[in-house]
Design a protein around this ligand. Structure first.
Ligand SMILES: [Zn+2]
Length: 338
């Protein structure tokens, strides 16, 4: 009961990439970089294990960004043709590459780190991939000029990689879809259909992570516009409850999301965000246990997986590690109280 996991990413060591920034530049190149990514992956696993995390990840130590780490292996995208685009419904502007031909994979995306992680932990292993809707929201398109067609093509490519990850021994494959909290109608119209295409034929657990973003300024400013109660999940959870996705990862700690909304996810495992990644204040085990037990009023205990609100990539490493320990200890505390 209350098996713990994390949304996906952890901060990278300072010898691997510049700390505390998104899109952090690598410190090394070539074989030295590959070696450093290997070492950082092993450390990420060890630190999760020591913190009492039951379902571990590679900490996303081998990718620079959760979307572009995947796109780097996709042909049909011109990375030299970068255009400025307002993403997440114009919440922020980013220079994004352009799709200029039919996208296809140039090879396996995460085989190296998945096999490495699998060889070095006996715990359950989760791997994250960007979701189709979030990809098309982070890229310009001159080939299809049709977001749905582009999303379905990316869903096919994600499925190809997901099948590979499953064969590598990964237990859970999670698709990160922060865009699901922004384009609520599109989720119901085609977002879930694209996820279904991405999980086709998989036998492992499948998850979707839907958050309000990293703790960067653009997200914090956006959150201020959402009012006292954040009800975006209310729009999309009933559709997700009817989907074939097994697990939903969401934000609870310090979120203005009414906790009872998770009751809409009937029949799903719920990855309850009990760690705020937008604050440097480290939760106590007591805080974590409170969040878990609040969730347990609306979701059966065996379906609750204590988790972080989002990825920890841009955080200070010492703080992230303290938060991981609080997550493990808080889940242990909650187990004694039910
Ligand atoms: Zn997130």
């Amino acid at each position: 009961m209350f098996e713990t996991t994390i949304a996906g990413s952890l901060p990278k060591p300072a010898w691997l990439a510049e700390p505390n920034v998104l899109w952090a530049p690598w410190r090394l190149t070539g074989a030295a970089l590959a070696d450093a990514q290997h070492d950082a992956t092993l450390l990420a696993i060890k630190e999760q294990e020591d913190a009492g995390i039951d379902i571990v990840t590679d900490g996303e130590q081998s990718r620079q960004h959760f979307v572009h780490g995947f796109l780097a292996y996709v042909a049909g995208i011109d990375f030299n043709r970068r255009v400025e685009m307002g993403i997440r419904d114009n919440r922020y502007k980013a220079m994004v590459p352009t799709v200029t031909g039919e996208p296809h994979l140039t090879g396996r995306v995460h085989a190296t780190e998945a096999r490495l992680a699998r060889a070095h932990t006996k715990r359950k292993l989760k791997f994250t991939l960007p979701g189709p809707m979030t990809i098309v929201d982070t890229i310009a398109d001159e080939h299809y000029n049709d977001r749905i067609k582009l999303a379905m093509r990316f869903a096919e490519l994600l499925n190809e990689e997901a099948r590979g990850l499953e064969a590598d021994g990964v237990d859970t494959i999670q698709f990160d879809e922060p865009a699901f909290n922004v384009y609520l109608d599109a989720v119901k119209e085609w977002g879930i259909a694209a996820l279904h295409r991405a999980i086709e034929g998989l036998r492992c657990k499948t998850a979707v992570h839907i958050c309000y973003g990293y703790g960067i300024k653009a997200n914090l400013d956006w959150k201020k516009t959402l009012g006292a109660e954040w009800r975006q999940y209310e729009e999309i959870f009933p559709a997700l409850a009817e989907s074939r996705i097994d697990q939903v990862s969401l934000e609870c700690r310090n979120a203005h999301v009414p906790i009872d909304l998770i009751g809409l996810l009937k029949g799903k495992d719920v990855l309850v965000g009990a760690i705020d990644v937008a604050s440097d204040q480290v939760e106590t085990p007591e805080d974590v246990a409170e969040t878990i037990l609040a969730a347990a009023r609306f979701v059966p205990r065996e379906r609750i997986f204590p988790c972080t609100n989002c990825g920890m990539a841009p955080m200070r490493r010492d703080i992230a590690m303290a938060k991981l320990s609080a997550l493990g200890a808080g889940a242990a505390l909650a187990r004694t109280r039910v």
